[in-house]
Design a protein around this ligand. Structure first.
Ligand code: URA
Length: 213
């Protein structure tokens, strides 16, 4: 893990870098791509939960009493941005099976060109939960920023964003749009191209996860 700033964390474990290289390869099959997205999400959520609070608990082992540590039980939710974010949910749930899942679909308004939610289904108590917003690619940052604004309107206080690949343009926009959010990414790429694809990136993550290329 490489803390680039107070709010940007690069998850650059050697296993992560190796898996990301396979993910980027245009010849990687859809099935393998999906599995790698899940595995990378698991590595990333491990880092994104490294600041969770602990409290002491007394446990009787077969040999003696032990004072151990357990999570204080803060409730968590994972919110995938449809559609590509769905590919990261199982990796998060592998580590945090008790997390609730909220779904958020974003689209661009025809008139204003601003992203807004076309579908949202959140856990009832989302405002009391720590939320992990997941989307494999942070390109312009538009839909991610709109997702955060939506969650803030619902009263969510603690939001972390997990992506696999980020463009510098998206990172700058995200940090400028929200003063508190923390970003976890496995790579920071060079730039966006004229079609707003990340360069070198990995192509359209949703198409590659769902085999719709
Ligand atoms: N979304 C993608 O899936 N890929 C990109 O490169 C940019 C946005």
């Amino acid at each position: 893990m490489n803390q680039l700033s107070e709010r940007v964390i690069l998850v650059d474990h050697p296993m992560v870098q190796h898996k990301l290289s396979i993910l980027r390869d245009k010849n990687t099959s859809s099935g393998q791509f999906r599995q790698l997205v899940r595995e990378l999400s698991l590595f990333e959520v491990y880092e994104a939960t490294s600041d969770l609070a602990l409290e002491p608990v007394h446990v009787e082992t077969p040999v003696a009493m032990a004072t151990c540590m357990q999570l204080t039980g803060r409730k968590m939710a994972v919110v995938p941005i449809l559609r590509a974010g769905l590919g990261m949910v199982d990796g998060v749930l592998d580590l945090i099976p008790a997390a609730r899942v909220g779904h958020l679909g974003m689209e661009r308004d025809h008139d204003t060109h601003e992203p807004h939610e076309y579908y949202a289904k959140m856990p009832r108590d989302i405002a009391e939960r720590d939320v992990l917003v997941v989307d494999p690619m942070l390109a312009t940052g538009g839909s991610c920023i709109a997702a955060i604004e939506y969650l803030r309107r619902l009263g969510v206080k603690n939001i972390k964003v997990m992506v696999l690949v980020a463009a510098p343009e998206g990172i700058d926009a995200l940090l400028a749009a929200d003063g508190d959010v923390r970003l976890y990414t496995c790579a920071i790429d060079e730039c966006l191209n004229e079609d707003a694809y990340i360069v070198p990136g990995l192509g359209d993550a949703g198409d590659r996860i769902f085999g719709t290329v």
